[in-house]
Design a protein around this ligand. Sequence first.
Ligand code: GDP
Length: 442
Amino acid sequence: MFDNLTERLSDVIKTLRGEARLTESNIQDALREVRMALIEADVALPVIKIFIEQVKQRAIGHEVLDKLSPGQALIGVVHEELVAIMGGDKAELNLNVAPPAVILMAGLQGAGKTTSSGKLAKWLMDQKKKVLLVSCDVYRPAAIDQLALLAEQTGADFFPVQTGRQPAEICTAALDFARKHHHDVVIVDTAGRLGIDEAMMREISQLEQLLKPAETLFVVDAMQGQDAVNTAKAFAEVLPLTGVILTKLDGDARGGAALSVRHITGKPIKFAGVAEKLNGLEPFYPDRMASRILGMGDVLGLIEEAQRTSDQKEAERLMKKMKSGKSFDLNDFQQQFQQMKKMGGMSAMLEKLPHQLSQAAQNMNVDEKIINRTEGIINSMTPQERIKPEIIKASRKRRIAAGSGVSVQEVNRLLSQFEQARKMMKMMNKGGMAKMMRAVKG
Ligand code: GDP
């Protein structure tokens, strides 16, 4: 996600080397690059136009501070405008109504409505809410079964649907049920069609009037690019949307939808789907997303995710250890692998690292199987070897290899990966973000 956009934008910096301040003429080439980058990312044209205009107005005459190059200064402006176009502040889910608060899910078939309903149920249940899931997709029994399964997996309650009932009847009965059983939140999954059609729009609009939802969320697939924008417009015209869930941000998409949908619908993106799994839903932070687009990486998001999914004490322990200047050892390395597994594997995590770090990590070519072998190798080491990997010379390597059933080359490979990781940790720790960002910005 965003790879091309990130690369293009980092080129912008180079076009401005040696300039003392930003002027209309010297930023022209850079802005052309930005525009190209946005077109390639499939951002909607009206959005690009406004965006470039804003950046231009704010950049011209912008004093370039001592520590920054003009390219960096421009990127700073681009960053702020990216945040603005994605809605500025993080938008909260607003469920402050008399319970049960209804969340109505709208969107095309395949957008990820049902999956997102399940993920949202999990997210709310993590916050101690009592959640009821209801499906109104009477046209696709498989969709109802899918939601029932998600309810089972999350432990949310599921409202069973009797065949032959109409969506409006189902909703009324589900609301009664929720009142009786003291549910805090009712998530209503609706039917989607492959394209926008009148019958679907009429149906969902009726449901909206009946349910008076606290939130009406438009679910849209980030991979759809410009099409997503047209769909968003159509839904926003008939439904009083309160927010957007942007799904499949983990996919191979160019990122245009993320930048367009807020501007086009006027509604904030509240959540992003970042994996198929049930824990693959995250609150959407425009500033972090902007940083990610610019290759600064969503380090904050990474930390938060680590805290959410892993043993918090372990995260704190590592942070403290790094801060106190102790060096990163093989025990920590092993812990990192275990956390990676918990965090939904490498690909989900790499997405969040700053661009260059993520490239470096990808070059290390780590996948789940290797993670398991790596753990095996580390398990065959003595405690002393784990703390002081320098002492692992030839004979120790042979012993470790034999103990874990791998070749000596594999032990060597692990040790060199560990060295790379140790270097990265040092870099993150020593210079902190500023240094890392400078390295990334070039
Ligand atoms: P619906 O027709 O709108 O209810 O769509 P579904 O919830 O059935 O989702 C369609 C497909 O997209 C399913 O295969 C989901 O697993 C997948 N999907 C949904 N959200 C995400 C996401 O955030 N990331 C990924 N990778 N896949 C997703």
